[in-house]
Ligand binder design. Structure first.
Ligand SMILES: NC(=O)c1ccc[n+]([C@@H]2O[C@H](COP(=O)([O-])OP(=O)(O)OC[C@H]3O[C@@H](n4cnc5c(N)ncnc54)[C@H](O)[C@@H]3O)[C@@H](O)[C@H]2O)c1
Length: 276
């Protein structure tokens, strides 16, 4: 099996490269950066800009599946999001269709539905309710994925990842996806024989998970980690709760309260603990 991984130089990509290189016969890792360092056995690196259709078509040709993680990973002005996150997704799906790729495994986001209050415990079937231009691009990609399944039979697993990062704040007690559970979810999204068009949440087995992820059962995704182990320490240090702050009561966290175009991650204390 030949896999293409976009966003390979990113934080989540750094945890996916080694297991995907083991799972595939050939892994083609890709990103816009010059170099991603030492390659794993079976891995090659191709530099490509997601917004460059010719480059993406050349990248995807001959692949069985594409694991699409490349994107601007934060809120930015619409004009900045447009190329990598919107046109980039069109290029990936169109290339997948033209080159007979079976499935795209896609890093969607909770920010596609980030304005829902957390006490509604949403499933995968609620209407899109993005919190940012970044979230709007994820909505576009999910609809694109559905369109390419229904009209062109390209399968897709859209994983609405909540927050895959070291637990540093109270929101993450519900939203955490551990790196091990990320690898498990992506592996199941690849090795499940038939997925059609699917949406699942990317979240660990947290006591406080604010979403209903029963839709992920058919993938055999049984997350192993639970952020509750961090609860005592995190809650003791948490700032005073403000029930009027959308950033505290909505799924999207700070993305739900930032002005459009301004960084949502700036206040989240994300640790750059990428695998090196
Ligand atoms: N980290 C999370 O908690 C989280 C949550 C939900 C969704 N996601 C999604 O998961 C994916 C990976 O997230 P991450 O945290 O590793 O982000 P990251 O920023 O560390 O990685 C994204 C990678 O995409 C690459 N990229 C950006 N623009 C590009 C372009 N024009 N062409 C080619 N590559 C380009 C970057 O160079 C970077 O290496 C993203 O699609 C993100 O939206 C992440």
């Amino acid at each position: 099996m030949k896999l293409v991984l976009t966003g390979a130089a990113g934080r989540l990509g750094s945890y996916l490269r080694e297991p995907l290189a083991k799972l595939a016969d050939t892994l083609v890792s890709s990103d816009i950066v010059e170099d991603i360092g030492t390659l794993y056995p079976g891995e090659t690196y191709v530099r490509a800009d997601l917004a460059d259709a010719d480059a993406i078509h050349a990248l995807v040709e001959g692949a069985d599946m594409v694991v699409h993680f490349g994107a601007i990973g934060d809120e930015r002005p619409f004009e900045t999001i447009l190329g990598p996150n919107i046109i980039g997704c069109y290029n990936i799906w169109e290339a997948a269709y033209r080159h007979g790729v079976r499935r795209v495994v896609y890093a969607s986001s909770i920010h596609a539905v980030g304005m829902y209050p957390k006490n509604e415990r949403i499933g995968i079937d609620v209407p899109h309710r993005p919190d940012t231009f970044y979230g709007l691009a994820k909505c576009f990609a999910e609809d694109l994925a559905r369109l390419y399944w229904e009209k062109r039979q390209v399968e897709a697993v859209c994983m609405r990842i909540l927050s895959c990062a070291k637990v540093t704040n109270a929101r993450a007690l519900g939203s955490w996806l551990s790196y091990d559970d990320l690898v498990l979810l992506v592996t199941r999204a690849i090795d499940t024989p038939v997925t059609g068009f699917s949406i699942v949440y990317g979240v660990s087995n947290n006591d406080r998970a604010p979403v209903d992820n029963t839709a992920a059962h058919f993938l055999g995704f049984q997350p192993k980690d639970n952020a509750e182990v961090f609860a005592a320490e995190i809650l003791a240090a948490a700032p005073p709760a403000d029930p009027t702050d959308a950033g505290q009561f909505c799924q999207g966290g700070p993305f739900a309260s930032v002005p459009l175009g301004e960084s949502g991650t700036a206040t989240m204390g994300i640790v750059d603990d990428r695998k090196r």
